[in-house]
Design a binder for this molecule. Structure first.
Ligand SMILES: NC(=O)c1ccc[n+]([C@@H]2O[C@H](COP(=O)([O-])OP(=O)(O)OC[C@H]3O[C@@H](n4cnc5c(N)ncnc54)[C@H](OP(=O)(O)O)[C@@H]3O)[C@@H](O)[C@H]2O)c1
Length: 295
């Protein structure tokens, strides 16, 4: 039997509707949640992400602003912008779009953000809160989106063997930290794999849930998946495709056609995890606004 598709676009719409309701409630007491995105340089992919974040904010009734800075901006100049946004009461969420130009140290910039406005969840304070299970921090949007999708799809992760492929700070590590917590949508037994993992297939074959976040198309194939497992594909890679309108298409890490034959649930690429990321960014911004402006 073919695996059931987890429709990220549909689930993300549900999250955004909930966010819009929360925004309306905040606006009714005079607070308009506001997200400011800082974009340095002219990376075309970043420009696309930033535009869709702004559009999503508008649709949810939130305020959004994009500060576009030239690639020649110095680190000191960028930090001055961050300081100003940290102090601006109308700004509840700040997101500095990565990657930054080579002469700017991303860690220095992330550490300068007010953790209470760090809606991307990358400041060490928020990373620590996630790990120790404190609920008032911000979890990074992509892994938080994966968890939300699992919950809304009725996948009960409690007691599951879960394998996360990838250990980046933005996806793999926070994904593992979320799944291991003692709470709803978690309580899994988690293994993290990376390029030095000796036998990846030996780990994935015993997993009830595999989250693939390696950025390597084909890293998970049918023979590596236990029948009935849940498979979440975070990977997004552009591959050349002369038949596609733009000359390329997006593929995930999972051999979708093969794995679909054995898994119980699977996310497609595109239309799986991708739409959840922005939905969770909106949710984090509303959470920031509620905390910064208590009723
Ligand atoms: N859907 C979304 O909204 C969204 C958001 C963020 C990222 N993504 C996508 O998710 C993917 C991962 O992103 P990222 O930022 O986490 O990437 P990253 O920083 O490049 O990390 C990739 C991780 O995968 C591991 N890895 C690579 N090849 C492997 C292999 N053959 N076997 C086992 N592990 C392997 C690497 O191991 P080492 O640590 O040993 O190098 C690394 O930990 C990318 O395709 C990215 O585009 C999607």
């Amino acid at each position: 039997m073919l695996a059931e598709l987890i429709d990220g676009a549909r689930i993300a719409r549900g999250v955004r509707e909930d966010v819009a309701r929360d925004v309306a409630a905040l606006r009714a007491r005079g607070v308009t949640p506001g997200l400011t995105v800082v974009l340095v340089g002219d990376d075309p992919a970043s420009a696309v992400y930033v535009r869709s974040k702004g559009k999503a904010c508008g649709e949810a009734g939130m305020a959004s602003e994009t500060i576009r800075l030239p690639a020649t901006t110095t680190q000191e100049e960028l930090l001055r912008h961050v300081d100003r946004l940290n102090a601006d009461p109308k700004v509840h969420g700040i997101l500095v779009q990565m990657p930054l130009p080579k002469h700017i140290d991303p860690d220095t910039v992330l550490r300068r953000l007010n953790p209470a406005k760090d809606v991307d969840g990358f400041h060490p304070i928020n990373v620590g809160k996630l790990l120790i299970g404190e609920k008032d921090g911000f979890a990074p949007c992509t892994p938080a989106g994966v968890q939300e999708m699992l919950v809304r799809s009725g996948v009960d992760t409690r007691g599951m063997e879960c394998v996360v492929i990838g250990r980046s700070n933005i996806v793999g590590k926070p994904m593992a930290a979320l799944l291991m917590q003692d709470r709803k949508g978690a309580n899994a037994t988690v293994t993290i794999c990376h390029r030095h993992t000796r036998d990846l297939a030996a780990h994935t074959r015993r997993a009830d849930l595999v989250v693939a976040a390696a950025g390597r198309p084909g890293v998970l194939t049918r023979d590596m998946v236990k029948p009935g497992a849940v498979v979440i594909d975070v990977g997004i890679t552009r591959v050349n495709d002369p038949t596609a309108k733009n000359g390329y298409r997006l593929v995930g890490d999972v051999d979708f056609a093969g794995v679909r034959q054995v898994a119980s649930h699977i996310t497609p690429v595109p239309g799986g995890v991708g739409p959840m990321t922005i939905a969770m960014l909106l949710r984090n911004t509303v959470k920031a606004a509620s905390a910064l402006e208590p009723a």
